[in-house]
Design a protein. Structure first.
Length: 372
């Protein structure tokens, strides 16, 4: 059998310590269990019982932690001894304190330790070992099942010596552990799409890209509706101003976890740009970006900023000549409150506001947040 030297133990600890300068912790583990003795005479003379423990876990490496804790165990009275010369055991209760180590392998953990237990025959040495599985509940909270083994020495009973060996199974609740999920990636700064010079078409007095022979409104900037000649080249009626806010017929769609505008939303952005240019009284446009509650505050603030910047870039590309500014609100000021998929989708959005010639400056962001 190989001997475990102090040098080999130190090597194992140093290997686990590598790359863990920012180890999380400490953690608190609370356990509740049911148990029964495994060996005679305790297995027959004591019945089922329960226990609990409270453990402080201080990480010293990526997968290794040091533990100290207190434990309590009680077993009910069982059958009388087979030899009538011995008195029947009463219900057994013990309290102990232990110290040991904990090894975490992802969501699976194993710990073990030794200590002292207070029993009816005085203070006795004890050892324990447990194995369990952590399930993430929310934030720093974890819960999961575990199985444990506790052995309490019996050094005071000279007539019927025999250690108490108890098998336990129960539930552990942990506080302080951080989720192992990697942080969201840092988004690159949005790059505006390249400027494309509009094609020059003959006989287009309002310069809206629709030739006069096909333009139902040849002197007013409009949008193409080739499927309906009576409105082809006229300003869109689905986009309206309500106070200083632009009412959109649909929300602007983005690629998942990305500032890129989906192709399905580009025609609507073109309609918005042409509508604003057709009015002729727009001095400034503000694009406000919002995100849902998934992710950190810093991540959502940056994502909403990049989405607003991308929408601004598309409006400029489609011909908006007024000054464009952006604001980012992250997950603040949600349109609806709730956590369903539809509610989260409603909160991932951009909102557009305008300042017309002669109007006062934009309202503060609280005023924008009050708009439905």
């Amino acid at each position: 059998m190989r001997r475990i030297t102090a040098t080999s133990v130190a090597s194992i600890i140093l290997a686990g310590w590598a790359g863990t300068a920012n180890a999380d912790g400490p953690y608190v583990h609370a356990r509740a269990s049911a148990g029964h003795a495994l060996t005679e005479p305790q297995s027959s003379e004591l019945g089922w019982g329960g226990g609990g423990s409270l453990v402080l876990d201080v990480p010293v490496a990526k997968f290794l932690g040091l533990e100290v804790g207190g434990t309590a165990l009680a077993l009910s009275q069982g059958a009388p001894p087979e030899n009538p010369a011995f008195a029947q055991r009463q219900a057994g209760t013990t309290f102990g304190a232990t110290a040991g180590v904990r090894v975490s392998l992802g969501d699976v953990w194993i710990d073990g330790g030794a200590g002292v237990a207070a029993t009816g025959t005085g203070a006795q040495p004890m050892v324990m070992a447990n194995i369990g599985f952590d399930l993430h509940v929310r934030g720093p909270w974890y819960v999961g099942p575990y199985i444990g083994y506790t052995q309490i020495a019996d050094l005071g009973d000279t007539l019927r010596p025999g250690d108490a060996r108890v098998l336990q199974f129960g539930v552990q609740i942990s506080l302080g552990k951080q989720s192992a999920k990697p942080p969201p990636p840092i988004l690159a700064k949005a790059v505006p799409p390249p400027h494309v010079e509009p094609a020059k078409l003959p006989a287009d007095r309002d310069a809206d890209g629709i030739v006069d022979t096909e333009d139902a409104c040849p002197d007013v900037v409009g949008i193409p509706t080739p499927q309906e000649p009576s409105t082809n080249g006229c300003p869109p009626t689905a986009i309206k101003l309500a106070g200083d806010r632009i009412q959109l017929p649909d929300r602007v769609y983005f690629d998942f976890d990305s500032p890129n505008v989906k192709d399905r939303s580009l025609p609507m952005l073109k309609q918005i740009a042409e509508y604003l240019e057709a009015r002729g009284d727009i001095q400034q446009i503000e694009v406000d970006g919002f995100a849902d509650e998934i992710g950190s505050d810093e991540y959502n603030l940056e994502l909403s900023r990049l989405r607003a910047e991308n929408v601004k870039a598309w409006l400029i590309r489609y011909g908006v000549s007024a000054r464009c500014v952006t604001q980012a609100f992250g997950e603040t000021n949600p349109r609806v409150h709730g956590h369903t998929v539809e509610q989260l989708r409603e909160n991932r959005r951009v909102e557009l506001y305008v300042q017309r010639i002669g109007d006062a400056a934009f309202h503060q962001e609280e005023t924008h947040a009050s708009n439905p």
